[in-house]
Design a protein around this ligand. Structure first.
Ligand SMILES: *Cc1c(COP(=O)(O)O)cnc(C)c1O
Length: 382
């Protein structure tokens, strides 16, 4: 059986050009980038080339790029780095209810350490209200952390406007850009962010390497205690092959915006052929590769399992904790009932997906849902 991948928001396969440069760095670059001899110089040069590539992709200076172990570390470094730098400066943090756990749980930890965190709601489309942001920011707000695009729905927040509000109030603005940066053009200066998180494995690099944009002038308290790597912002011998990989991944010429027609075809095909469906999240402000669809009366997880048996990888966005299917916190925050949230499925496209794959996925979804509804003990009128 052929397995087709429609779960690129979870992770992406390593791109061939990335594999080539990753392998070359592993084989040819043996030194420690901190060593002064030839081997160290080679490693340092390779590392700085990668840093320039990442910087060029997001429109910043290479000095403003810190390599990390991934999106989770970038988020943690940004949030704790600001909060711990001046204890009083970040006693109040503004975030949203739909953030990735890497942000939500970092904020929860700071609450346990005495910080006050405001969790902004979102509307039915998954968007924050700028008036809410404005009202929430107050003197003493040290940090605003609001994601660029949501991983479950693809909804894109108005970052520029939020940045202006944060800046006016003198608060530092971090955004989790993991679903955006490296995929579609992003310019951190235009966005007005102070800190911006990237993760390599969401756009063709391997898992375990990421980057944090740290605007010049922003000083972070380091999270790791060790050597003076990454300009004292992230201790630990540099992962040069990982950096090379994320650098190359930022230079791939695949345009994720070209996935929008395929995504639209998938979405429209499912909506037209399967009754009782609707799309979760904004249809306008969203990533080009993502759609999150509700299937009335059926468990999303049952669809995910059934589609997997037919060779299609999708996601129900619901985390399995203690055996119980938890409805997505993102969909609940958008006002869906727990039943509606549990009946939702995320389809996220990526570089390999073809029109043929999309059309067979539509067929598979129709067959799966028809079957599940027939055997379902619930009688659903749709
Ligand atoms: C995947 C993801 C992360 C975590 O990145 P890792 O590199 O897997 O640690 C953080 N935020 C968002 C929005 C993500 O999609």
């Amino acid at each position: 059986m052929q397995h087709v991948y429609f779960d690129h928001n979870a992770t992406t396969p390593v791109a061939p050009a990335v594999l080539r440069d990753l392998t070359a760095a592993l084989v040819e670059v043996n030194g420690n980038a901190s060593s002064i001899h030839h081997f160290g110089q080679v490693a340092k040069l390779r590392l700085e080339k990668a840093r320039r590539e990442v910087a060029a992709r997001i429109g910043c200076d290479p000095k403003e790029v810190v390599f990390t172990s991934g999106g989770t570390e970038s988020d943690n470094l940004a949030i704790f780095g600001v909060a711990k730098r001046a204890k009083s400066a970040a006693r109040h943090i503004v975030t949203t209810t739909i953030e990735h756990p890497a942000v939500l749980n970092a904020c929860a930890q700071l609450e346990r350490e005495g910080a006050i965190v405001t969790y902004l709601p979102v509307d039915r489309e998954g968007l924050v209200d700028l008036d809410d942001v404005k009202r929430a920011i107050r003197p003493g707000t040290g940090l605003v952390t609001i994601m660029h695009a949501n991983n479950e729905t693809g909804t894109v927040q108005p970052l520029r406007e939020i940045a202006t509000l944060a800046q006016r109030a003198g608060a530092i603005f971090h955004s989790d850009g993991v679903q955006v940066g490296g995929r579609v053009p992003v310019n951190v200066r235009d966005l007005g962010v102070d800190l911006y998180s990237l993760s390599g494995h969401k756009f063709g690099a391997p898992k375990g390497v990421g980057a944090l944009y740290v605007r010049k002038g922003i000083t972070l308290e380091a999270m790791f205690f060790g050597g003076h790597h990454e300009r004292d912002r992230r201790a630990g011998t540099e992962n040069v092959p990982g950096a090379a990989a994320i650098g190359t991944a930022t230079q791939l010429d695949f345009d994720w915006n070209s996935l929008a027609p395929l995504r639209d075809r998938l979405e429209q095909g499912i909506m037209a052929r399967v009754p009782g469906t609707c799309v979760n999240g904004s249809l306008i402000h969203r990533l080009p590769n993502t759609t999150n669809i509700q299937f009335a009366g059926i468990e999303g997880e049952a669809i995910v399992i059934a589609l997997d048996l037919r060779g299609f990888a999708v996601s129900s966005g619901s985390a399995c904790s203690s055996g119980a299917v938890e409805p997505s916190h993102v969909l609940l925050a958008m006002g869906l009932t727990p039943e509606e949230a549990r009946s939702s499925v995320r389809f996220s496209l990526g570089p390999g997906n073809t029109l043929t794959e999309v059309d067979s996925l539509i067929d598979a979804v129709e067959a799966t849902v028809t079957h599940l509804r027939r055997i379902s003990p619930q009688v659903v009128n749709v």
